[in-house]
Design a protein around this ligand. Structure first.
Ligand SMILES: [Mg+2]
Length: 192
């Protein structure tokens, strides 16, 4: 089955700090042109989806607010399933933010299944038609493998090639940067 949607980790994958990683901007635009669906994930609950979308726009990546998923937005969706309405995520994780934010990140961020399920719902695709692209073995690659997605590791963040040897979480593909993703997408991507 072909990959129709990509789920991107942000920090270490799309950017580092305020700088895009090599090839990030061009790759996202190429994937968009090919009709792939993209979403962007962040484990950090203290910034809004809007703030991330604005940051991506500033860096030259056209991303919509609803294409950004944070652990607080995952929390809000889970609460909505129980309570029937979507609470204001900012209110939910209000003071004391530092402690509550870390809890939200731990329970609802990667590698929890909640975050990947929210991403799949937003994409409207089954896991076997999606690929997770990230720089961390124990979160990004783990969450992809545990949920039936294709796992793509990039070396633009925290993981070094030698880290792969002893990891229980092995990616399906390894790229030195996002610049190599369009070529991989030609092989694994498609609509059917
Ligand atoms: Mg990362």
């Amino acid at each position: 089955m072909k990959v129709a949607g990509y789920i991107f980790d942000l920090d270490g994958t799309i950017y580092r700090g305020d700088r895009l990683t090599f090839g990030a901007c061009q790759t996202i635009r190429i994937l968009q042109k090919r009709g792939r669906k993209n979403v962007f994930l962040s484990n950090k609950p203290l910034f809004s989806r809007k703030a991330y979308a604005e940051k991506l726009w500033t860096l030259g990546i056209p991303a919509q607010e609803d294409e950004v998923i944070t652990s607080s937005c995952v929390l809000a969706r889970e609460l909505a399933k129980e309570d029937g309405e979507i609470p204001d995520a900012a209110a939910v994780i209000a003071a004391p933010q530092a402690t509550t934010g870390r809890k939200v990140e731990k329970i609802f961020g990667k590698p929890s299944r909640y975050m990947i399920q929210t991403a799949l719902e937003v994409l409207g695709l089954p896991p076997e038609k999606c690929a997770m692209v990230g720089d961390r073995l124990e979160t990004d690659i783990r969450t992809a493998k545990e949920n039936g997605l294709t796992a793509i590791l990039v070396f633009t963040g925290v993981t070094r090639p030698e880290d792969l040897r002893n990891s229980p979480f092995q990616p399906d593909y390894v790229l030195s940067s996002l610049a190599e993703l369009p070529a991989l997408d030609e092989k694994i991507g498609g609509d059917e």
